[in-house]
Design a protein around this ligand. Structure first.
Ligand code: F6R
Length: 242
């Protein structure tokens, strides 16, 4: 595991964008796993800048997002599809048919999970996966549990996640209670993983996840077992590290 401590959010975002730009330059048709949330916004801005500068071409790339809320339409401003359009997809030349997010509005959610997992396999898996880190150690929406969920599945969101994500909604009762998420097995099959964490609110969980025992109670700790993980944290998320 490679741990990079950036001096601030902006440097963290630039380093992460470089990892993705490098993957696209090395293989223009690379398959990227993407995340939403506050943390990757700066990285997406850097990628958009590079596209506008003419140094990055997304026309052969494919993306699979980690997760999506259940019961929310893709046009809803709180959906992850909307977030991705706003922060990345509408600013770059990715082909719409190459963009994938789970459909949280599917009439048969179990079937949707199976087809999402199949679609990733048909694309020959994920070359580079971006992750954020939940305050409770979740990656995707794999919440603390007594075992690691393997494949894409429907999850009941933890109360701590509902509270953390309520900042995006009018009230916490508007936060959906369920989501579809890639499983830990899906994430661990990615050939390369880049995890970002920013701010002092993440300092404790960064230490527990990457310097504590591997346990499903801290889902991100499983990344210690992956052979190509780069954790990029800013200075304030690194304050509890020796
Ligand atoms: C988002 C996701 C989540 C977030 C995590 C951190 O697609 O899967 O695991 O990465 O909740 O969110 P932020 O970046 O808002 O702190």
């Amino acid at each position: 595991m490679n741990i990079v401590i950036a001096k601030d959010y902006s440097e963290m975002s630039r380093i992460a964008a470089n990892e993705f730009a490098h993957a696209i330059h090395a293989n223009p048709s690379c398959v990227m796993g993407l995340a939403t949330g506050s943390t990757p916004i700066g990285m997406y801005e850097c990628l958009v800048e590079e596209f506008r500068a003419g140094t990055l071409n997304f026309s052969y790339s494919t993306t699979f997002n980690l997760d999506e809320y259940c019961g929310i339409a893709p046009t809803d401003p709180n959906s992850y599809r909307y977030f991705m359009d706003e922060n990345l997809f509408s600013h770059i030349n990715i082909q719409p048919q190459n963009i994938h997010l789970p459909n949280g509005n599917a009439s048969d959610l179990e079937k949707e999970c199976l087809s999402y997992e199949d679609a990733i396999a048909i694309a020959d898996g994920i070359d580079i996966q971006l992750l954020g880190l939940g305050n409770n150690g979740h990656i995707g929406f794999n919440e603390p549990a007594c075992s690691f969920p393997v494949t894409t599945h429907v999850v009941d969101l933890a109360q701590s996640t509902i509270e953390a994500n309520s900042r995006f909604f009018e009230t916490s009762s508007d936060v959906p209670r369920q989501a579809i998420t890639m499983g830990i097995g899906t994430i661990m099959k990615a050939r390369k993983i880049v995890l970002l964490a920013s701010g002092d609110g993440k300092a404790d969980i960064v230490k527990r996840a990457f310097f504590g025992p591997v346990t499903p109670e801290v889902p991100a700790s499983v990344l210690q077992l992956h052979r190509d993980v780069t954790v990029i944290v800013d200075d304030s998320a690194a304050t509890k590290l020796d």
